[in-house]
Design a binder for this molecule. Structure first.
Ligand SMILES: Cc1ncc(COP(=O)(O)O)c(C=O)c1O
Length: 414
């Protein structure tokens, strides 16, 4: 029997994953990230005027990388600081998709055995990324489909409670609110005690034996994680952000021990045990395989799915880059941003302490109207960030350098 209440908290991740080693891949270049651009030029530094007091005093980051930029196409003069919204596909991913599209012109060239090659590899690589087993991974169309799978898979009682926290992505409401009507459960929202939600806020609201579902869409790939150490029961994740995949990709992880106790439900025919042998499909009494494959999106887990091909190539790329490298790189850029934002015009809207932050940072102007104006001005000047819940969210990636942060600051201060 599964326990009575289910809790969600993507915020737990940020504090639980501290203590990762420094990334060995970053090469030290004299003068920090902006010492030279990729053409060998020294960029100018933005000078702050006397009124432009910075909000923190972090120094110029001392690590740098210049050749990651080569892994993406040119951004046509745009400064892209919006990976938390939509990842630009790396070149290697686009090549992989193109190859699969070409293969679809001549399907007779491929043996049946190739059908499962991509999903098998993708599952194994996602498992590697989060410290799980491949059979615990379902390949989905995004985070919501994983949350829906959990909603249908549990045995609910009308006294059950779902806890989520303030500021969580709307999928928490779109998944769990209808369950109030359907199963008679109750959705409760945890509010932060201080300025920002902390792990302690969520833990204080949990009852013993609660199941924990983490939405890792804004951290998986950019924050090192190990599902067993997180103490999670389920993970749901969108693939088009820090996993660098196409829109319409994602994964769902379920702890192996829970597989035996979930409610039976409809599943796709390729999740039948032995369905990888097309000439021996069971047409009379197909039994579901003891794995998370039953939650694979129908027609999803195949070599011929262009979207899945993108996730496969991108997850391999992320594994090569390592989440440690991404986090370190981003935290340096965001620290630098906070050290340059003028305190008379801007206020931090995410923790200044990097240990309490994920891979991006947020700030606001002195009034909501000015924040909206600032966002508009940035966009007009081809600097791309997000406006979320009245806050400007800056989410860099490996292709960004300190010059991009300089450009952001220049638009704000001029
Ligand atoms: C925390 C979080 N979860 C999930 C999503 C997307 O969910 P889905 O993959 O279901 O579209 C987003 C998108 O911005 C997000 O920020």
């Amino acid at each position: 029997m599964l326990s009575p209440s289910l809790s969600m908290a993507s915020a737990l991740l940020q504090e639980n994953t501290g203590g990762y080693p420094s990334p060995p891949i970053l090469a030290l270049v004299e003068g920090g990230l902006c010492a030279k651009d990729r053409f060998g030029r020294r960029p100018g530094r933005i000078r702050l005027g006397p009124k432009d007091t910075p909000m923190s005093t972090a120094t110029v980051p001392q690590t740098t990388i210049t050749d990651w930029r080569q892994e993406w196409f040119e951004f046509e003069g745009a400064t892209y600081l919006n990976l938390a919204s939509q990842a630009p596909l790396p070149k290697v991913t686009l090549k992989a998709i193109q190859a699969t599209m070409d293969a679809k012109k001549f399907p007779y060239q491929k043996p049946d055995s190739i059908f499962f090659e991509v999903p098998n590899r993708c599952r194994a690589n996602i498992a590697k990324l989060i410290g799980a087993q491949p059979e615990e991974i379902a390949l989905t169309t995004g985070a919501s489909s994983g949350a829906m799978a959990v909603a249908y898979a549990l045995n609910w009682k009308s006294s059950d409670e779902v806890l989520t926290s303030r500021g969580e992505f709307p999928l928490q409401y779109t998944t769990w609110k209808p369950m109030e009507q359907r199963e008679g459960i109750k959705v409760n929202v945890v509010a932060p005690q201080g300025k920002f939600l902390t792990t302690d806020d969520v833990i204080a609201a949990l009852t013993q034996g609660a199941l924990l579902l983490l939405d890792v869409s804004q951290s998986c790939g950019a924050v090192p994680m190990d599902v067993r150490k997180l103490g999670a029961d389920f993970l749901v994740c969108a693939g088009y952000k820090w996993l660098l995949g196409a829109f319409g990709t994602g994964f769902f992880w379920i702890k192996r021990e829970l597989l035996a106790s979930v409610r039976p439900g409809p599943f796709y025919w390729m999740a039948v045990a032995g369905s990888d042998n097309f000439s021996k499909l069971d047409f009379s009494n197909p039994k579901v395989e003891e794995s998370a494959r039953r939650w694979d999106a129908p027609e999803w887990a195949s070599h011929f799915n262009f979207n899945l091909e993108s996730l496969d190539a991108s997850v391999e790329f992320v594994l090569r880059a390592t989440p440690e490298t991404v986090l370190e790189h981003n935290q340096e850029l965001i620290d630098f941003m906070f050290s340059r934002l003028p305190v008379d015009r801007c206020v931090a809207a995410s923790p200044l302490d990097r240990k309490l932050r994920g891979p991006y940072g947020c700030f606001v102007a002195r009034t909501p109207e000015r924040t909206a104006e600032l966002y508009k001005k940035l966009r007009e000047q081809n600097v791309h960030v997000s406006l979320r819940e009245g806050k400007i969210r800056v989410s860099p990636y490996l292709f960004n350098t300190i010059q991009d942060i300089d450009r952001l600051i220049a638009v704000i201060t001029t």
